[in-house]
Design a protein around this ligand. Structure first.
Ligand SMILES: [Zn+2]
Length: 100
């Protein structure tokens, strides 16, 4: 009987997946980023994972920004009068802090 279940990723692949967000956000240490690029160069599965996530992010970033309707904005301002948006309140790339 042939198994159609993908093999479990190696420890290196699990580490790559675990820290991939840090790499994309630019908060991975230089050593970690170097290791991750080297791993992706030699591991087809992680290279595909990296490409898929980067392409997905490109698609998401190309979408027009979302804005609440004027009615929802008014309702939110009524419910939360002390909280207002200042400037561009969307999360920014690299906004997370670097892990030590
Ligand atoms: Zn891998």
């Amino acid at each position: 009987m042939t198994s159609h279940i993908a093999p479990l990723p190696s420890g290196a692949c699990r580490m790559f997946h675990r820290h991939h967000g840090d790499l994309l956000d630019g908060v991975a240490s230089v050593e970690l980023a170097t290791w991750m690029r080297a791993h992706a160069a030699e591991c087809p599965a992680c290279a595909r994972f990296d490409v898929r996530l980067r392409r997905g992010l490109m698609v998401l970033r190309a979408l027009p920004p979302l804005a609440p309707s004027p009615r929802l904005t008014h309702r939110l301002a009524t419910i939360f009068p002390d909280y207002g948006l200042v400037g561009d309140a969307r999360p920014q790339d690299g906004a997370r802090t670097r892990r030590v």
